[in-house]
Design a protein around this ligand. Structure first.
Ligand code: ATP
Ligand code: MG
Length: 175
């Protein structure tokens, strides 16, 4: 999967709509302290289905919504979307996640309302997703080195693209 575009609005410090092109290859994010580099990485993980508010450095998931500053009022929703090409598929993939205060998150794939689970599967099958080793956040290298064998196996499975099989098995076992 090649993510080509990331769009955010009202997400953390990105109060105004931002539209970023992501070129093939390795992408680095640079800038002064506090400019929003980590927030960008978090936006990518969030739209791919991240469920842990803590890993987004918040107490609750609504903390991703722009909280306001001395000069700008808070927003009541945040929306992130990504546009991607998928190997072997002609059409582009657009995934949108939106959260509204008091209403939780909603997801869309190519304009259709879907469940969080459907989004997780799309990314797991393409060997990417909220916990993809392709997203190297601050402290991530140290975490890989310090990981317990089981945790490291999960990272390798995610990289190998078989994490989706586990999601389906858990799903099947619940039925
Ligand atoms: P560093 O170089 O220190 O790692 P960074 O570029 O990674 O910095 P971020 O951590 O992405 O910076 O951004 C931090 C900024 O985002 C802070 O100014 C913080 O106030 C702001 N921020 C985070 N969440 C929100 C929110 N919900 N509403 C408004 N601003 C937010
Ligand atoms: Mg940072």
């Amino acid at each position: 999967m090649q993510i080509k575009r990331l769009r955010l609005t009202g997400f953390k410090s990105f109060v105004d709509p931002a539209d970023l092109r992501i070129e093939p290859g390795l992408t680095g994010v640079v800038g002064p302290n506090g400019c929003g580099k980590s927030n960008l990485l978090e936006a990518l993980r969030w739209v791919m289905g991240e469920t842990s508010a803590k890993s987004m450095r918040g107490a609750g998931m609504e903390d991703v919504i722009f909280a306001g500053t001395a000069t700008r009022p808070a927003r009541d929703f945040a929306e992130v979307s990504i546009l991607a090409d998928r190997q072997g598929e002609d059409d582009e993939l657009e995934v949108v996640r939106r959260i509204e205060r008091g209403a939780g998150s909603a997801y869309r794939i190519n304009g259709r309302d879907v469940r969080a689970k459907d989004v997780a599967l799309v990314f797991a099958d393409s060997a990417t997703g909220a916990h993809s080793p392709a997203l190297v956040s601050q402290g991530r290298i140290g975490a890989i080195i310090a990981a317990k064998p089981g945790e490291r196996r999960a990272m390798l499975e995610e990289a190998a693209g078989i994490a989706g099989l586990h999601v389906r098995r858990r799903d099947a076992e619940q039925k």
